[in-house]
Design a protein around this ligand. Sequence first.
Ligand SMILES: Cc1ncc(COP(=O)(O)O)c(C=O)c1O
Length: 387
Amino acid sequence: MLTTTHPAEVPVYGRLQLQPERGAGSTVVGADGRRFLDLYGGHAVAVSGHCHPRVVAAIREQAERLLFYSNAVPLESRDRLFGLLAEMAPAPLDQAFLVNSGAETNDVALQLTRRVTGRRRVITFEGGFHGRTLATLAVSGIQRYRDLAEASGGQSILDLTVIAPWGRPEVLPALVDETIAAVIVEPIQGLAGAREVGADILRTLRRACDDAGAVLVFDEVQCGCGRTGAFTAAQSYGVTPDILTLAKGIAAGLPMGAVLLSPRIAKHVSQGDLGTTFGGGPIPCAAAAANLEVIRDQNLADRALHLERRLRQGLADLPAVTEITGRGLLLGLRLDRPARPVQLRLFERDILVGSATDPSVIRLLPPLVLTEDEVDTFVRRLHEALS
Ligand SMILES: Cc1ncc(COP(=O)(O)O)c(C=O)c1O
């Protein structure tokens, strides 16, 4: 019997009865040999698939030469990654700071917006999730996480948070006034169930931030790295923020986050203003550089849109799926019933999918190397699971 929480582990996670031993492409194989089609992507991480050979080779090659050295020295793999980020991200987001997780990227982004503007208040969106540091909990658009911030002593940061209501764009321009340091937004809200903010609202936010002198931050920790049909959702929607954060899919599973800055922000950052020991270490950088090359060279962003079309076609005659939200390969399937039992029935049929804070939504965040046959297999098994 598989134990899902070791007695010596703090029991904070609910776990599936699956102990993955290996993975390739969109497949993970359990210790018992059972093969799963992974449309959860290890939580949106496996953008280039599990164990892409180019990424594995880059990690191995780097590990055999040097496991670690800090930011006190230049590193070839780190510089290669900076070059790729500048090439693939939208102009003028051409400088980056590297950290170890998504929450850390947003924490850094929030710090910078407050330091640069000299203001303290931050607008966030109802339903948004930005991580689990104290500052990022406090800007969550989900009450449960703001409660954790409050219980952890974060009241002063909570007092500086303004929550923009979902689906009421007309109130936004008045909210972004000259007391606001920043607006932080996921262009597609992941945890809320792959909800698109939409190009019109992103443009409204861009204009309002420009008018008020506030900083626009896109949290692309989940929706970035090719998932929406371009390297960043900013490029998919044609709206460029001042700061854009990436994590999850950037290094194919090694811990990394990148905070991308426009010159407007970067010119205020000097030596000693930010720092980290492990951020920008050689192995995550080698993995991320190889991973971004795969995303670029295999046109995985285009592939995400192609597979989205196939999925939407396959699900069109399934009345139990009442709506498909999101874009590319960050999709929410709204069901006419609770999603959890369907998720479990899919698990019995060897398919992994994600859930959302909305209990009727199944979230899909698969590798972008998914095959057409795998899309069709999912569609068939979802038909079975719903019948
Ligand atoms: C949009 C978004 N921002 C931030 C985070 C936090 O990232 P991490 O868990 O790497 O700290 C997540 C994680 O799910 C996320 O989806």
